[in-house]
Ligand binder design. Sequence first.
Ligand SMILES: [Zn+2]
Length: 261
Amino acid sequence: MIKLEEVLQIPTYTGSEELMVEFIRGFCVENGFEHYLDKKNNIYVTKGKINEDEYYPCIVAHTDTVHRDQEDLILNGENITIKNLLTSEGKTKLMGWNSLRDVPTGIGGDDKCGVYICLKMLLELDTIKVAFFVEEETGMHGSKNADKDFFKNVGYAIQFDAPTANWFSQTLLGEKLWTQDFFDVVKPVLESNLIDNISKDPYTDVYQLRKKFNICCAVFPTGYYNQHTVREYVIPEETENCVKIGLEAVKSLGNKKYIYS
Ligand SMILES: [Zn+2]
């Protein structure tokens, strides 16, 4: 079992990600998932075995946030206080609070919602790889060092990192992420989940994976809003739905390789 708030309450920002890395490592130990860390502290998890002609799907999230104002929480061993509020439509929304200074702080759904979605999917799926990269926000420094051995038998990669509940990246830094073959498989999943915002975006870790390993990649939404601000909030109902969307996408894409060409 894992709860969204359990992940969101962990303070983490670029370069000070130890608490999140430890949390993920502890989760893997507790559940008996095969995993290792590289010298950057990126975490790689493998669950299940594949046949010789098969490939692993890989899901991805990053362990940092932009919220440097959480340094005092980390130094004092305090978690982020989660405030339970309502949207104008009456949905639960979660926001972050620094109880040491009694001021708002970013809840860090970017990308702790992604971390949560990956851990939930890891519990649900029999055969999956997961990569958690450090230091994404300041220029993908974790994924620039992605372990090529881990990706040898990976067929495609999906990162959970986009805001809102309606987002699917087409390009990052002007580079296309997927081929038409890949998109044709994913399209019914997007359509049935009312995702029609096909977006051209700045960057995230799968940009590195597509370039380095020549595999099709995707970026899915995670249910956070007001990206990179102290007013950031998360709609848990949407984050949970992104888990469902992720599972549907992986089941549709299967254990195949989608070469980017
Ligand atoms: Zn992000």
